[in-house]
Design a protein around this ligand. Structure first.
Ligand SMILES: [Zn+2]
Length: 154
């Protein structure tokens, strides 16, 4: 399973696995925004239908909008898909201080997203750094991510 919280939709990742039922792609992103993909109705096709889940978020959405997606919706998808491993596209340009996008997620909100992912299932998780263009916010967010990962029991 790939979980993508970078503010930009992972159009390439989605395309690679769009017809593949062995990899579930779960993404939150600002929409409409670059690269223009990631609407709610992009759900996969063929064998992969239902194995892509996009949460398109309006500009200026914040913690209260994004946290229920990771604390509730993600758990339903994980329960159904039952992944062997979780890869996270960890882009920090969803932070409210980021100059390239308009989501308003706080550092604490990012930590709660990471905690929700860490607690979502008992399988290995790998976070890969993606976007993040305010270096102070990026540093803070990565430090919170590492701390939340080290504090989690699984
Ligand atoms: Zn990005």
């Amino acid at each position: 399973m790939i979980i993508d919280f970078d503010v930009h939709h992972g159009n390439g990742t989605q395309e690679i696995f769009y017809e593949d039922s062995s990899v579930f792609y779960f993404s939150t992103h600002e929409y409409p925004a670059y690269p223009g993909t990631g609407s709610f109705d992009e759900r996969g096709s063929g064998e992969g239908e239902g194995f892509t889940h996009n949460f398109a978020m309006r500009a200026y959405s914040g913690d209260d909008d994004i946290l229920p997606i990771y604390e509730d919706d993600l758990l339903l998808d994980i329960e159904e898909f039952n992944p062997d491993i979780v890869l996270v596209s960890a882009g920090y340009d969803l932070h409210r201080a980021d100059p390239l996008a308009q989501l308003q997620v706080s550092t604490e909100g990012i930590r709660k997203i990471v905690e929700a992912i860490m607690h979502s299932c008992d399988v290995p998780k790998i976070f890969m750094l993606e976007g993040g263009y305010n270096l102070d916010a990026l540093g803070e967010s990565v430090a919170e991510t590492l701390d939340a990962m080290l504090s989690a029991e699984n």
